[in-house]
Design a binder for this molecule. Structure first.
Ligand SMILES: O=C(O)CCC(=O)C(=O)O
Ligand SMILES: [Fe+2]
Length: 439
């Protein structure tokens, strides 16, 4: 199977929890599984095809062959950081009450991060006070649930959409003699209108806070004030939509180095959750493989990563001794409230893993710039969590909140995330490796 991203297509992923298996020996990691993918051409619903794809799966936690997001198993490159983009993120405006980069001014993050490291993550931009407007969030959330995850897709939990690359001026002229900008920016992009509106509102929302070079990385077509042209200009955009039920998470990973460029933009809908960041050690293989959202065992979380362990319907702090040994030196847990936006570029994209622990509750403590706790007043709660109004999450069952010691336990609801990335040249042709393996 192969396709060009210029043909608008999307893939539904079916969760097959029964196929989960634990494999410790790296040589036994590769498994051939039947993975059912539905290939659809969504623009004007031209065609729908069901494919059975024989493919390889790698990683002990993996439930699927992830032809787009997992390495083939041998891919262990540490990647090189594009020299044009070695970043220390410095928000350029002070218009936001909490403009921050992680590590410099984390307004809210889960307790464990404070225990393990105070270092920042260059290239990670996260400001919990920057929230996408509720009406846009609701529209996108409802649209995605209805379009991709209900009815015959009720067992799907991951969908990939591919937007067209905007062609260089000469090609653009050939393919669209009228050069109608409206056409280029809407129905011909391949992404559905609610996602295009989301992108446009994200671009405006982030413009005052992101460094111009980062803004131009994420929104190469917009005028961000960046002096240098974006490396992502004319690259196809991928939107990966993940649906997490309470208790589900995603294995720590670095997004595929050979498939995606720099600049990853993620938005949370429906519920918040903790995202864990871990620095990849010197000489350590970059873990590019990951499991799609699932409730399978996450050994990293269970044994080493958090000072607060949650299970079932309980949220309780664990003592340090219960945490286990082996935790690395650089680690942060960041609570991503619903409607919040996270940006990974530079080191954050290439040298740190991100993952979501599989649990139903997150224990979250508010901290300020100098790591002093701030009061849990209503204003802060509303700003940082976006969850002041408890009735607002009725549809998804999120977010029950309980005070526990020095922080709060937040119950997860159904969370949907949309992550936007750019395909590297050549990465828009997929499936060749998988076809070979299937032979
Ligand atoms: O759900 C999220 O926010 C993260 C998803 C992610 O990391 C991925 O799909 O690569
Ligand atoms: Fe990722």
């Amino acid at each position: 199977m192969s396709f060009s991203s210029s043909e608008s297509q999307h893939y539904h992923r079916k969760r097959k929890l029964s196929l989960s298996h634990e494999v410790d020996d790296a040589s036994q990691r590769r498994r051939h599984l039947k993975t059912s993918l539905r290939l659809e051409i969504p623009t004007n619903s031209v065609e729908t095809t069901d494919l059975e794809l024989e493919s390889a799966i790698s990683g002990a936690d993996s439930l699927f062959d992830d032809i787009f997001d997992e390495a083939s198993g041998e891919e262990t490159s540490t990647g090189t950081l594009p020299s044009s983009h070695s970043l220390v993120e410095v928000p350029k405006s002070s218009s936001s009450p909490l403009p921050l980069t992680l590590g410099s001014v984390p307004a809210l993050r889960s307790f464990s991060s404070r225990l393990h490291s105070n270092n920042s993550i260059p290239g990670l931009f996260f400001d919990p006070s920057i929230l996408i407007p509720a009406d846009i969030a609701n529209e996108v959330f409802d649209f995605c649930l209805k379009t991709y995850f209900s009815g015959r897709n009720a067992n799907v939990n991951q969908v990939m959409l591919f937007g067209r690359a905007s062609p260089p001026p000469s090609e653009e002229h050939e393919s669209d003699p009228d050069s109608d900008p409206d056409k280029r920016n809407t129905n011909l992009t391949g992404l559905p209108p609610p996602l295009l509106s989301l992108l446009s509102s994200l671009s405006s929302l982030l413009l005052p806070s992101l460094p111009p070079i980062t803004h131009s990385l994420l929104f190469p077509d917009s005028s961000s004030g960046s002096a240098s042209p974006s490396p992502n200009l004319h690259r196809a955009r991928q939107a990966i939509i993940n649906l997490y039920h309470p208790g589900e998470g995603i294995t720590p990973h670095v997004d595929l180095l050979r498939r995606f460029g720099d600049g990853i933009l993620g938005v949370s809908f429906g519920s918040g959750c903790v995202m864990e960041f871990r620095k990849v050690g010197e000489g350590e293989d970059v873990p590019e493989t990951y499991a799609a959202p699932s409730s399978g065992t996450n050994r990293l979380t269970n044994t080493t990563s958090t000072s607060v362990q949650t299970s079932g319907s309980k949220c309780e702090m664990r003592t340090k001794a219960e945490e286990g040994e082996g935790f690395g030196t650089d680690a942060y847990d960041v609570y991503l409230p619903e409607r919040s936006v996270i940006v990974m570029s530079g080191d954050a994209r290439y040298k740190w893993t991100h993952g979501i622990p599989r649990r139903k509750w997150d224990y979250v403590e508010d901290v300020t710039q100098d790591d002093t706790r701030v009061g849990l007043d209503e204003g802060l709660r509303e700003d940082s969590l976006g969850n002041k109004d408890a009735s607002k999450n009725e549809a998804t069952g999120s977010t029950t909140e309980r005070s526990e010691g020095r922080g709060r336990c937040l119950e997860r609801g159904t969370r949907l995330s949309i992550t936007f990335r750019f395909l590297l040249p050549g990465a828009e042709i997929v499936g060749l490796e998988e076809e070979k393996q299937a032979e």
